[in-house]
Design a protein around this ligand. Structure first.
Ligand code: NOJ
Length: 869
């Protein structure tokens, strides 16, 4: 099929030739092919489905809104105004005629970035350790309320990509866990929380963005230009691992999904028709809109046809003044390259998400500015235009500090306790050690986007951050505790002041050592770590500090603040180390939360959301720190398949130091009385039939004269507008190759009814995947002397040679009084028992014998039963 097109349209279509039929191939299922994986084309881009569960009303309202729009207004709704063009990290254009304000997109997954009077919540990877659905939801809701109060439409979070393939991945801490089920449950509750607050959640980064190095094309000091890395994954791994939590987010109704910077199977994700059209909008039935990560769009028409709905921040490069969309999108509609229904669909999806979460009732004008904390400044920061009040300093924190403290304490994991904890508060001489105990010399917000590791660590660095309103340090909280009991406390917060450290350690009856390990987003390098961690060791000589203290104090407690697993093998089994706690990245109430646990006001019930091993190689393939396969096509073969984190340890029979799901309590629990009840459910039927035809919501004039710059407009420099520069389309395109013919993927513009996808049928996938096939109960008894929480965990062995030994499928956090028992109840769904079958492109329950296990961690599963399917 030949089309008349601008040259820019062709970028990225190179691999989407019509030589591949318009059907789905299992991608690179042969491991040997992973290095040269390709992503098959899939067109057309699915339009919204009026019958999608839960979306009918939003869809109607959105259609009614979009029907009123002109072509230019639709373009405005989908195209960002450019970096630093408006108050938020991203804004699309406004629709003044209808009084519709420019939609505001703002980081982050743990609060409101770039704003004052906001809260700093525990990071995703920390709240995951609470294994508490209620905490997931509450955190989401409170973050959503803060975003709403600042006048934000879309919160750029939560994160389930990276999932955490390798523990060194710089942004893992923004997400929840390398386990897809824990991540899936956490993301679903977070999405519901955010959206119940009337703000659109943007689940990100879709997909396979598992490292920071080479995530985007760029020039590096050591290597020169390097293209974006391609994460090459097979179809089964995609479905059973990386896509799994995205399906949960879609099922929970996420209004938006951000496509990621990287390539997947050698196609840039934001123009990958297989991943966006087929998998996300087709199979998963996603009804919201796909937004690009910031400058992750690398083509115009190619990305439009491949399902992108909104470009962020709108310009080709930050402040280039050019856009792949904006005027080019206008042009592509009037010259017929892109069918109008595709733009209508993008606009409808954006507005449907808006109505779905009730923004029509929740929206207030944006009252803060990302680019300055000053009260007065420029509305358009880059152009320095529009001087006036830009910050109203609205305090949106309410009483969230209380739940932040509770959540952080509930997410603390007790790894070792010889009986010293909880402390009584009457210890004779308490000594506190570590740079991680105290305040950084420039305060908690002293480094932009938290891009340094000074003082106690309570979040990682990069765009996944918020400014701390204050940060309670462990030192001040422990000092409060001790001083209110009339005790003695001294501290050394310089990790290298060895003589002072040793002198104090000798005096102490109890020593609490705070250590950390940091990571973040790749645009900031901290201590030689370009986002990703270079290793899994503690920072600032943490191991040495622990050894120095524990060498002289036989009652040393170690508290770890870290972005993920750290190596503890050099000290964890020392007799002088009487307790170890992992406190993650707890947010603003860090010190209070750890004091609550240390002094027993909170009995720890958190469980590790990852595995702590002895060396990094145990986790599987390393990150790619130097371009493989040449600078123009770095490749990353995900050849370990679904075997990451505990699944890798189990597969290779490696004993971890602390396994996934592990965590102690000040009391003890036992498990008994497993009961499995089979629930009658019908057979699984693949979805069949056809969609409707693409609805047409407008009939834009093709006369370029209608799209010229208005004479009365005050032009803002580098701002992205939808207007054409000329009535001559070649001139308007500013493209010397305008008019050159290109081959377009088959079916890309076809608006006729399309076959429904067998594994699809509703948001999240085929609804029968959630049929309950078994219910499981077990008794959990608290046989200690203190009330406590236990996270009962349910794992399944799917039984096949390519299946993990066990895979988490469900859990519940139970509060149990001493001497009492509680009943753990969990459903096992069809999805929980299924494998992805590449041949039928659907989920199947294999003939292998399936076993359910219940217990206290991935390796302590005292109860098991075979499932009679
Ligand atoms: C790039 C990051 O990858 C993304 O997570 C963030 O939302 C945007 N920048 C905007 O800051």
């Amino acid at each position: 099929m030949l089309w008349l097109a601008q040259a820019f349209l062709a970028i990225g279509l190179a691999r989407a030739q019509s030589t591949y039929p318009n059907t789905i191939h299992p991608n690179g299922t042969i491991p040997g092919e992973l290095n040269e994986a390709y992503s098959p084309p899939y067109y057309p881009s699915p339009w919204m489905d009026s019958s999608a569960t839960g979306w009918a009303e939003a869809y109607e309202k959105a259609q009614a809104f979009v029907r009123q729009l002109t072509l230019l207004e639709k373009v405005n709704l989908t195209t960002g105004v450019g970096w630093e063009g408006e108050a938020c990290v991203g804004n699309v254009g406004s629709i003044p005629r209808l009084g519709f304000q420019a939609l505001c997109m703002q980081d982050s997954p743990l609060g409101v970035r770039f704003a004052d009077y906001v809260s700093a919540f525990p990071a995703g990877g920390t709240i995951a350790a609470s294994w508490d659905r209620g905490e997931f939801y509450r955190r989401g809701y409170e973050m959503g309320m803060e975003q709403r109060g600042k006048g934000i439409d879309v919160q750029l979070g939560p994160v389930v990509g990276p999932l955490g393939r390798n523990p060194k991945g710089g942004r893992n801490w923004e997400g929840f866990s390398p386990d897809p089920v824990l991540s899936g449950i956490a993301v679903a509750e977070t999405v519901k929380g955010i959206q119940d607050a009337g703000v659109i959640a943007c689940t990100k980064h879709y997909i396979l963005n598992e490292q920071e190095h080479f995530r985007s094309p760029g020039t590096f000091e050591d290597f020169g230009f390097v293209d974006a890395i391609s994460s090459n994954v097979d179809d089964k791994t995609l479905h059973e691992l990386y896509l799994w939590p995205f399906a949960d987010a879609v099922r929970a109704g996420t209004g938006s999904i951000m496509c990621s910077y990287n390539k997947a199977n050698n196609s840039q994700v934001c123009q990958n028709s297989y991943l966006q059209n087929y998998i996300l909008k087709g199979e998963l039935g996603f009804q919201g809109f796909i937004m690009s990560d910031w400058d992750a769009q690398h083509s115009g028409v190619a990305s439009t046809l491949a399902g992108l709905d909104m470009t962020m921040p709108g310009d080709t490069d930050f402040d280039s003044g050019y856009s792949f969309w904006g005027p080019n999108l206008t042009l592509s509609i009037i010259n017929g390259t892109v069918p109008e229904w595709r733009l209508d669909d993008a606009a409808t999806r954006i507005m449907a998400a808006y109505y779905f979460v009730g923004r029509d009732e929740a929206q207030i004008p944006t009252n803060f500015n990302s680019w300055s904390k000053d009260t007065y400044g420029y509305q358009h920061a880059f152009a320095k235009v529009g001087y006036g009040v830009i910050n109203q300093h609205v305090d949106v924190r309410a009483d969230h500090y209380q739940s932040i403290r509770v959540a952080a304490a509930k997410s603390t994991v007790l790894l070792k306790n010889s009986g010293v904890l909880p402390l009584k508060g009457t210890e004779k001489f308490t000594a506190v050690f570590g740079n991680d105990a105290g305040e950084g010399e420039h305060g908690p917000n002293g480094c932009a986007d938290r891009g340094c590791d000074n003082g106690t660590l309570a979040m990682g660095w990069g765009s996944g951050t918020a400014d701390f309103p204050y940060l309670i340090t462990p030192l001040e909280a422990v000092k409060n505790e001790v001083s209110s009991n009339g005790g003695m406390l001294q501290s050394v917060t310089d990790n290298y002041a060895w003589s002072q450290i040793i002198a104090l350690a000798k005096q102490a009856s109890v020593a609490v050592v705070f250590v950390n390990a940091d990571s973040g987003e790749g645009y900031i390098t901290v201590d030689g770590n370009m986002g990703d961690r270079n290793n899994l060791t503690l920072w600032q000589g943490g191991e040495e500090l622990v050894r120095n203290v524990s060498g002289y104090c036989n009652n040393t407690i170690v508290v770890i603040h870290s972005v993920g697993p750290v190596l503890v093998d050099s000290f964890y089994d020392s007799d002088n180390i009487t307790a170890i706690l992992w406190a993650g990245l707890p947010g603003q109430e860090s010190g209070n939360a750890i004091a609550d646990v240390l002094y027993g006001r909170v009995n720890p019930g958190g469980k590790l959301p990852f595995t702590i091993g002895t060396e990094v190689s145990e986790y599987g393939p390393d990150l790619i720190y130097e371009p493989t396969n040449g600078n123009n096509s770095p490749q990353d073969a995900f050849e370990e398949g679904v075997f990451i984190d505990y699944r890798a340890f189990d597969q290779k029979n490696i004993t971890p130091v602390y396994e996934f799901g592990f965590g102690l309590s000040y009391t003890t629990f036992s498990y008994s009385d497993l009961k499995v009840v089979k629930v009658p459910a019908g057979n699984y039927t693949p979805t069949t039939g056809l969609t409707t035809a693409a609805p047409s919501l407008g009939n834009a004039s093709t006369d370029p004269a209608n799209y010229q710059w208005p004479s009365n407009l005050t032009y803002v420099d580098k701002y992205i507008y939808p207007y054409l520069n000329s009535t001559d389309l070649k001139e308007a395109s500013n493209d010397r190759d305008y008019g050159v013919e290109h081959e377009y993927p088959e079916g890309a513009t076809d608006g006729s009814p399309q076959p429904r996808i067998a594994a699809g049928g509703a948001p999240g996938g085929n609804p029968q995947l959630w049929d309950v096939l078994f219910t499981v109960t077990a008794t959990v008894s608290n046989n200690g002397t203190l009330p406590g929480d236990e996270v009962a965990q349910l794992y399944i062995s799917l039984g096949g040679p390519d299946d993990p030994v066990v895979a988490l499928r469900n859990f519940d956090r139970l509060s149990i009084q001493p001497g009492q028992s509680a009943t753990f109840t969990a459903d096992i769904t069809r999805r929980d028992l299924s494998n992805w079958d590449t041949a039928s492109q659907n989920w199947v329950i294999t003939d292998y014998s399936k076993t359910v296990h219940v217990g206290t961690s991935s390796r302590k599963l005292p109860l098991s039963a075979t499932l009679e399917i």
